[in-house]
Write a protein that binds this ligand. Structure first.
Ligand code: M6R
Length: 603
């Protein structure tokens, strides 16, 4: 999604802005631009496509100035074009924006004398502000007045003609941070954007706006009252972003999983017991758990449903956030709502959280970014401890989300009297063994790399699994389709013959996720049905499963033996590697797949 940077520097800012835009690339974008003020003169450069196009433009047509704003745009209103690229401006003000101005049509009608350059919602902000400037309001007041008329979700940075020492920053719905440097001040979408510039940050809160000058930031709340917001020192490691010698962030993040999973699991257990703020999580008072998320985080919730139901005998609903918020799900005061989000900024998940805020007894979240809005608006935020995830395809966050959810299910089981201390210790022992098993699973790397050439040529790939492996089949399919652009579907093995098996012929690879569990024989029967129709089966199972069911299978990937309950955590690894190497074979942009954004901050 769109990214914002603003710098009031003591040196030329164009190169700083471009470097910051590089760090925003991971969020997904299709055009870029910067604006600066030099001796009071406001000017801008914009380019469609990759950031290198803007850099080239700046080589030939430099943009001087020590004050500036920059933007990576992920198109929403109006296609990717130079006219639609940010910063938008009139002669007197330039604006960069992340989010959607929902009342832009109404504003456009009100501003009927204006000349429009773009199809964007953002341009209404610029025109409105210019209108107030024309009426004689000074820049700060013009920006503040503009904000009063905007509806929707937005982070904004304003830069003004004639003002070398002012950026107005505002946040409603989309995150924005203010950064403090040595004689310089910054505004950015997140800590990563500002990482090499400063680690001293203030996170603006909902409805806040700030007048940023080189002397500091004056922050006001949604009602225009002066607000005190904490300045935080962000750990350097939290903002470090490099590929660590790997070709792609996704590969690095896949291979980090044994380490980050161990860190995550270690955070929630001590001496054979789950340790989560007991005072704040009480499953004895809960008669229903509602899990809400999007994309991969949603699939983590679907896996967790099996755990909560089996271990804690707790009824569980799982919902896609964008559906949940517009239904009328009855939420009782005895229910717990849990929101899962890597970024903690996904617009739909955040809106769903706000929807239940005063209805559920407890609002929990499982997040990777602890400073995120979802974390801050929950009663209790449980960090997954995965470290920054840059690849658009979520990998280590999924595995760590499962790690936290597994611990939470064990806690619920204990609190609800479904398991005793010995059983809890045993479950934790099994979980603690997972990082080593994920390392073993990663040893399949080379085999998978060598065999994914055939997948890369497929038009359709199916994934199938039973029980908790069914949501993993869906996650495996999502991973493959988002980075390789191959049509991929994940199905419950038992459901295949109710429709999807019609897709199967000798050109269709079918990935079967089948640890040797109580449902193994049934899954193998479904696999036989696929092979009878010439489907090319990739069987992921353990040694015994391989001995029993390899006949006629096109490719067997032998996995370490694992307690079936937690097998989805382990089997996520080959599913990710299959997606990764298929995409590498196809030559797609693995870390920044087309049309996608890392953090989806618009509805
Ligand atoms: O940041 P979130 O976990 O809330 O993001 C949710 C989805 O947008 C995300 O998981 C998406 O589906 C990934 N690209 C999947 O790899």
């Amino acid at each position: 999604m769109c990214g914002i940077i603003g710098v009031l520097g003591d040196r030329e800012v164009a190169p700083i802005l471009v470097e910051a835009l590089k760090r925003l690339e991971y969020r997904g974008y299709d055009s870029t631009g910067i604006a600066t003020v030099q001796n009071g003169i406001l000017d801008r450069r914009r380019a469609v496509g990759k950031l290198v196009n803007l850099s080239d433009l700046l080589m030939h047509d430099p943009l001087p100035g020590k004050s500036g704003i920059g933007h990576t745009r992920w198109a929403t209103h109006g296609g990717p074009s130079e006219a639609n690229a940010h910063p938008h401006r009139t002669g007197r003000v330039a604006v960069v924006h992340n989010g959607i101005i929902e009342n832009f049509r109404e504003l456009r009608m009100r501003l009927n004398g204006a000349t429009w350059e773009s199809e964007t919602d953002t341009e209404t902000v610029v025109q409105l502000c210019a209108n107030y400037l024309d009426q004689g309001l000074p820049p700060r007041e013009a920006a503040a007045e503009t904000l009063k008329h905007l509806k929707g979700a937005f982070a904004l940075a304003f830069l003004f003609q004639g003002e070398d020492d002012l950026i107005v920053a505002a946040r409603t719905g989309s995150p924005l941070v203010v950064g403090y440097g040595q004689g310089e001040m910054y505004v950015g979408s997140d800590a990563i954007t500002l990482a090499p510039l400063t680690n001293m940050l203030t996170y603006l809160e909902e409805g806040d706006y700030a007048f940023v000058t080189r002397a500091g930031a004056e922050i006001y709340d949604h009602a225009g009252r002066r607000a005190n917001r904490d300045m935080q020192r962000i750990e350097a490691q939290k903002a470090r972003i490099d590929k660590g010698g790997y070709r792609h962030f996704m590969a690095k993040e896949i291979f980090e999983q044994p380490t980050v999973l161990a860190r995550c699991l270690g955070h929630y257990t001590r001496g054979g017991r789950v340790v989560i703020h007991e005072g704040e999580v009480d499953f004895t008072q809960t008669d229903r758990l509602t899990l809400v998320a999007c994309g991969t985080a949603y699939y983590a919730c679907l896996v967790a449903k099996y755990w909560f139901e089996k271990l804690a005998v707790l009824p569980v609903d799982v919902d896609i956030a964008s559906e949940f918020r517009y239904r009328a799900p009855p939420i009782s005061k005895r229910s717990t709502a849990l929101f899962v989000s890597q970024s903690g900024e996904t617009a739909d998940t955040l809106a769903a959280l706000r929807h239940v805020r005063d209805k559920a007894a407890t609002v929990l979240s499982v997040v990777n970014v602890s400073e995120s809005t979802i974390a801050r608006e929950s009663d209790l935020a449980l960090p997954i401890k995965a470290g920054i995830e840059v690849g658009v395809a979520s990998t280590k966050a999924f595995v760590c989300q499962l790690g936290v959810l597994a611990n939470l299910a064990i806690l619920a089981a204990r609190q609800r009297g479904q398991i005793g201390a010995a059983q809890e210790a045993e479950l934790i022992r099994i979980l603690q063994g997972l990082p080593a098993l994920t390392s073993q699973a990663l040893a399949l790397d080379d085999t998978i790399r060598r065999h994914t050439g055939t997948l890369a040529r497929a038009q359709t790939v199916l994934f199938m699994g039973r029980g908790a492996m069914f949501p993993l089949a869906r996650e495996g399919a999502l991973k493959l389709k988002e980075i390789s652009y191959i049509n991929a579907e994940g199905h419950a093995s038992g459901e295949l013959k109710h429709g999807p098996i019609a897709l199967v012929d000798k050109t269709v690879p079918v990935v079967v996720l089948a640890p040797r569990d109580g449902l193994f024989d049934k899954t193998v029967s479904n696999m036989q049905e696929v092979m009878a129709r010439e489907g090319r089966v990739w069987l992921l199972t353990d040694r015994d499963g391989a001995k029993q069911a390899s006949d006629g299978v096109w490719k067997v990937l032998t996995m370490p033996v694992i307690e079936p309950l937690f097998a989805p955590i382990l089997y996520a690894i080959p599913a990710q590697l299959i997606a990764y190497y298929t995409a590498v074979h196809k030559g797609t942009d693995v870390d920044r797949p087309r049309n996608l954004a890392k953090s989806v901050t618009v509805e």
